[in-house]
Design a protein around this ligand. Sequence first.
Ligand SMILES: CC(C)(COP(=O)(O)OP(=O)(O)OC[C@H]1O[C@@H](n2cnc3c(N)ncnc32)[C@H](O)[C@@H]1OP(=O)(O)O)[C@@H](O)C(=O)NCCC(=O)NCCS
Length: 163
Amino acid sequence: MVAARPPDAIAFRASEPADRLFVARLAEAAFGHLGPGYGALLGSWIGAPEVASIVVTVGSRPVGLSMLGLYANEGVVRADLLALAVAPGARRLGIGWALLERTIALAERCAQERGARELRLSVAEDNVAARALFARAGFTAAPDEGSTYENGQTALRLRRTLG
Ligand SMILES: CC(C)(COP(=O)(O)OP(=O)(O)OC[C@H]1O[C@@H](n2cnc3c(N)ncnc32)[C@H](O)[C@@H]1OP(=O)(O)O)[C@@H](O)C(=O)NCCC(=O)NCCS
């Protein structure tokens, strides 16, 4: 449980092609400091067969997005949290936590159906907010090799057991 309770009018739905502009703006606001091209990248994942996207709305206004990648390789399904972001004006209201819970529940269902054993993600080392959020949700350091974002920030890999 977290202290902030999300607004009553919060709702979740799958992303739609009409969300592309929202996604592009959110990607720029949330990930633009990591490098160029995140708007186009996240836009290209909308409707991709291996990516499940959740848009969170308050009233009818989209305020957040998560993208869960499910990649099958030689019978093993890998679950990756590709993106999780809340619009700057809607942060610290419990929306990110609610969206993460929803996304983990989706990953858990996929784990049951398709056999994924864990959920992985990348987060910038200096991203205090997201690291606190993910630690709270049970993510721990994964033994993956380190990498860097295009603008040079260190990328940490985190994992959380599913099932
Ligand atoms: C990370 C992010 C999704 C959090 O969304 P949010 O709606 O503000 O988060 P919540 O209000 O639900 O907060 C949940 C918990 O996250 C942590 N958290 C969120 N913002 C924080 C901040 N600025 N500083 C420290 N901890 C923070 C806290 O543990 C918080 O619980 P608390 O409110 O009880 O302290 C949001 O800051 C964001 O979109 N950041 C840019 C994109 C990003 O970094 N995505 C993650 C990597 S893919």
